[in-house]
Design a binder for this molecule. Structure first.
Ligand SMILES: CC(C)(COP(=O)(O)OP(=O)(O)OC[C@H]1O[C@@H](n2cnc3c(N)ncnc32)[C@H](O)[C@@H]1OP(=O)(O)O)[C@@H](O)C(=O)NCCC(=O)NCCS
Length: 221
């Protein structure tokens, strides 16, 4: 069942995945995978141990914030089975036309390229859905190499590393920050696949594409 607000995350399909709105019934799987210390270790703010009650409350909070257009969250599932694999989503800061991306997968589903595939679909989708959005940011604790790799594979632009920025499980960890600005996503999306954002790029660029000196730094694939 949908909690009102969650249905605002419209379904998106990729080659292998279906990103669908979260359901109240996902709480058990969310609790199961977030109660895994290896998953919790990658996340900065998720409580550990994690319980079913926390998952139910988190879904209610997301539904409420989604109703207010402050967040959008999807369940990552395989196209064929619909099994819950993990979560991808955004928090939206409308005052500054920016958003932040978040994701996690249950440990049995790691290292199959799912986070990268989901992110590559959702980044242009978000910019298409939010025409005023200018900036998408993401960060990871420097010790979280897998997340850093996903971010690099998506082509995010590295902005810097802040030292001892968060405390997690007793350690003061550095955090690495990255972003995409809107024109950079349009160009990146043209490389990944055809999408509605490509039309935006075709309108903006003269025939023959942009000159190399105007290409945003660091977006070579
Ligand atoms: C981070 C996470 C979402 C990645 O999901 P995933 O579906 O496994 O990611 P992908 O398969 O798309 O890519 C993972 C990449 O990291 C690499 N990787 C995985 N573990 C690694 C490690 N310990 N050290 C270095 N690289 C590692 C993989 O080899 C792969 O890179 P490659 O394609 O160049 O080989 C998943 O590990 C996870 O949910 N972790 C816990 C929660 C979390 O950290 N969320 C992100 C918070 S910022």
């Amino acid at each position: 069942m949908f909690l009102p607000g969650l249905e605002k995350a419209l379904p998106v399909e990729t080659e292998r995945l279906r990103l669908r709105p979260l359901l109240e019934g996902d709480a058990a799987e969310i609790a199961r995978y977030l109660n895994d210390f290896e998953v919790a270790k990658g996340l900065t703010y998720s409580p550990y141990p994690y319980t079913l009650e926390l998952a139910v409350q988190w879904l209610r909070d997301v539904a409420f914030a989604s109703q207010q257009d402050q967040v959008r969250y999807w369940a990552i599932t395989p196209r064929e089975s619909g099994t819950f694999l993990g979560i991808i989503g955004f928090s939206l800061c409308r005052a500054h036309d920016k958003a932040e991306m978040h994701y996690w997968l249950g440990r049995p589903f790691w290292n199959r390229g799912y986070a990268t595939e989901a992110s590559r679909a959702m980044i242009p989708f978000l910019f298409t859905q939010e025409p005023t959005l200018q900036r998408l940011e993401i960060n990871h604790r420097s010790c979280n190499t897998a997340s850093g790799r996903v971010i690099q594979k998506c082509g995010f632009i590295f902005e810097g590393e802040l030292r001892a920025y968060v405390k997690r499980f007793g350690h003061h960890d550095n955090v690495r920050f990255y972003s995409f600005l809107r024109p950079e996503v349009i160009k990146k999306t043209c490389v990944w696949e055809k999408s509605p954002l490509q039309q935006e790029s075709e309108v903006r660029e003269p025939p023959g594409g942009s000159s190399p000196k105007n290409s945003p730094k660091g977006l070579k694939t």
